[in-house]
Design a protein around this ligand. Structure first.
Ligand code: ZN
Length: 722
């Protein structure tokens, strides 16, 4: 990539020699090219030294030489552009963007600077890249690079037709454009045509052009076809071992699939060669931190939990994962050919490195073939995150992607995953958010055949969130109208690499446009009350806030329900369920308060304090079963809570669920609470109740070790000894 960038600027290269090096490289004579660049690297011209050093992977030298060149010719925009490209390669995006901006100040519409800006934008999946690339082409229609970028962006959007058109335009300008040919080859490879003629053409022009496979590898990874992507990166390196970008990508993707040893070897090789940028350094640091994780193997599942919370989380996470595996095996009529690995990260930064560089980052969980990585419940504020919902979402990806050998458009696998969250529990899954309400109101939902675009290149803030919602509703709509079996049939049709257009026509017997019409009518009817009532709801919320401030609870109780029902999905801060419950409590009506909080929980409310209050009200009303249910919800949201486990353990023990009580008191012990004697004692009680005398004995002794004079434990010890 970095070397081929030189070709495009050949027109203004000042000396023959750079051209000579370039030709050797392009003909695949890597040794000649290296010798040529080495000779050039001691040139008196700092610009030539900069280019040669860069080509030889000597980034520091290249950087210094560029600075010197800029000092000698401060008004030369071309030097700034090339230096910007060096920074872009080295993941110093802001510095690169600044240099391109300076070049544009020196020369308006500098095509190279615009190209650089477009590349910088596209690196972050910014939809602005298209406009900037078009501007670069307007400035110089003969440029190939921005044209190839447009092709690449279209392919990222899963639009191979448009990608091919753009690549063809580039080839009309330069029939030997290796980058454009690489896009054409990638389109074929993605379509399961390994004998693509474009690869042959590329290798005829440059037998060492590993970049062709590197380009393809990137797109396979984007399409979640990680294993094939890895194989392509290996081919790239066979042709040219010095393609460090490809090597870094190979390392990252090996890490994603849990092949840590080999991942390390590749990333360390990159690092040693001076490629010290974040996407090389961060994964290495992350893998270093793996020593702090505990691997737990149980049959066909592997848990990877951080030592500091493994004892607490293991029982909950394992039970939920087993339950989801059993459910999906039945539902998808499919058994995985390998174990599922679930990794839980308490530090969100680690998780971010684990998933590095993915578009439309869901930010809570991610799936790499059979490996699921997700945020730990403890990494977020209590009430923000339902980890179990995310687990079911990600595991659904494992199944749908395995069933299709990873051949599935993004929108459909996401749509099914979102659908599965609420199928697992109607209380789970994302609720209708204000962004989605506005998108529906302003008719911003995408046609189903273009839905992938909303995930990869959002054109307005929060379009990713809106696209998740829409994909989920599309799948729900299909399930309601044609049954779940239809979703399965569509899954298999996508597995045959049929496009969305074809699958909708064949499976649903509708043109995509007709489907869109039916779907929109359905979704608009479903959300009508909220979308049309949204402005009134906002005003109503203000009015209720004023009433609460003035403590006019009768008015709150009279007016709030109608406003609450305008936007029943709103369960975030200031929601009217909790406001109403508080008002009822102020009036001394605990029964109505409980009813309101139960409504809140059923609507998807996740605030642990509100759920605990609900449990207490149920207890006071002699409804222990409901209290247990209320508290059990919190285990899916924020299990790092001593009070939760203590209360739930007590309730379960009283209700005769000894195993449940053991689970809760074990969680309490795992949290190492201050009152150790009491928590061991409680666990002992639960074990005794479950008929596990020895385990009970062990806990009693631990209790007495913590507090030898603790009377309840002494008494229990006596009981157990008899
Ligand atoms: Zn997902």
């Amino acid at each position: 990539m970095k070397l081929c960038g030189l070709f495009l600027l050949a027109a203004w290269l000042p000396a023959q020699t750079l051209d000579t090096c370039r030709q050797s490289y392009r003909r695949g004579n890597l040794e000649d090219a290296t010798r040529c660049y080495q000779a050039l690297s001691s040139s008196r011209d700092p610009y030539l030294r900069a280019e040669a050093s860069w080509a030889l992977d000597r980034y520091q030298d290249a950087n210094e030489a560029f600075k010197e060149a800029l000092k000698a010719q401060p008004k030369n925009p071309d030097y700034r552009v090339r230096m910007g490209r060096l920074y872009l390669y080295h993941e110093q995006k802001q510095d690169a963007v600044d240099l391109f901006g300076e070049a544009l100040e020196l020369k308006e519409d500098h095509a190279g600077a615009l190209t650089g800006l477009a590349l910088a934008a596209s690196g972050g999946f910014d939809s602005a890249a298209v406009k900037i690339a078009e501007k670069a082409l307007a400035a110089d229609p003969k440029l190939v690079e921005p044209r190839v970028l447009l092709a690449s962006i279209a392919l990222e959007d899963n639009n191979p037709q448009k990608a091919a058109e753009e690549a063809d335009k580039a080839l009309r300008v330069d029939p030997q454009s290796l980058e454009a040919l690489s896009i054409k080859a990638t389109i074929d490879l993605l379509d399961d045509k390994p004998d693509t003629p474009y690869l042959a053409s590329i290798l005829k022009l440059d037998p060492a052009y590993g970049e062709a496979y590197q380009t393809a590898g990137r797109f396979f990874v984007l399409n979640r076809r990680y294993e094939e992507g890895i194989a392509l990166y290996r081919k790239a390196l066979e042709l040219n071992p010095r393609l460090y970008e490809a090597r870094a990508e190979l390392g990252l993707n090996l890490m994603r699939l849990g092949h840590d040893e080999e991942a390390k070897q590749h990333l360390e090789a990159c690092y040693k060669a001076g490629n010290t940028y974040p996407s090389v350094g961060n994964p290495l640091r992350l893998m270093d931190s793996y020593k702090n994780f505990r691997y737990i193997k149980r049959g066909n599942i592997v848990l990877k939990l951080h030592e500091k919370e493994a004892d607490l989380l293991e029982p909950y996470v394992e039970a939920e994962l087993q339950r989801a595996v059993a459910t999906y095996e039945k539902k998808y009529k499919f058994r995985l050919d390998r174990p599922v690995q679930l990794e839980v990260y308490p530090d969100h930064e680690d998780f971010a490195v684990r998933i590095l560089g993915m578009p439309g980052m869901p930010a809570l969980g991610v799936t790499f073939v059979n490996v699921v990585a997700m945020d730990s419940p403890t990494s977020r504020k209590p009430g923000e995150y339902n980890w179990a919902s995310t687990l079911w979402h990600e595991l659904s990806h494992v199944y749908t992607l395995a069933a299709t050998r990873q051949r599935m458009p993004r929108w459909f696998t996401e749509g099914v995953a979102v659908y599965e969250e609420t199928a697992a529990s109607p209380e789970w899954g994302d609720r209708l958010s204000p962004h989605v309400i506005l998108a529906i109101r302003d008719k911003k939902l995408l046609p189903v055949a273009e839905l992938d675009r909303g995930f990869v290149h959002p054109s307005y803030p929060d379009q990713v969130v809106v696209s998740y919602y829409q994909a989920g509703r599309v799948c729900t709509f299909i399930e309601r109208k044609w049954g779940f079996g239809k979703l399965l049939e569509m899954t298999h049709a996508f597995g045959e690499l049929k496009t969305t257009d074809v699958v909708i026509r064949e499976q649903l017997g509708l043109a995509p446009e007709a489907f869109d019409k039916q779907f929109l009518a359905w979704v608009e009817a479903e959300t009508k009350v909220t979308v049309e009532g949204f402005e009134s709801w906002k005003k109503g919320m203000q009015r209720i806030a004023e009433l609460v401030k003035k403590e006019q609870y009768d008015d709150v109780i009279r007016e709030a329900p109608a406003i609450r029902d305008l936007y029943a999905d709103y369960v975030e801060d200031g929601n009217l369920y909790v406001v109403l419950a508080d008002a009822w409590l102020a009036k001394g009506d605990k029964k109505s308060a409980a009813a309101e909080l139960e409504r809140y929980a059923r609507a998807g409310g996740k605030n642990p304090d509100s759920l605990k209050l609900l449990a207490r009200l149920f207890e006071e009303q002699g409804r222990p079963k409901d209290a247990i249910q209320a508290l059990s919800r919190i285990n899916y949201i924020y299990p790092r809570d001593e009070e939760l486990h203590r209360r739930l353990g007590d309730l379960l023990l009283t209700a005769g669920d000894a195993q449940g009580a053991v689970r809760e008191f074990r969680a309490l012990v795992a949290m190492k609470p201050l009152d150790q004697a009491a928590s061991y004692f409680n666990l002992a009680r639960a074990y005794r109740s479950a008929g596990q005398r020895e385990a009970a004995m062990e806990q009693v002794l631990l209790s007495l070790e913590a507090a030898p004079s603790y009377r309840p434990a002494q008494k229990l010890l006596l009981d157990l000894s008899q």
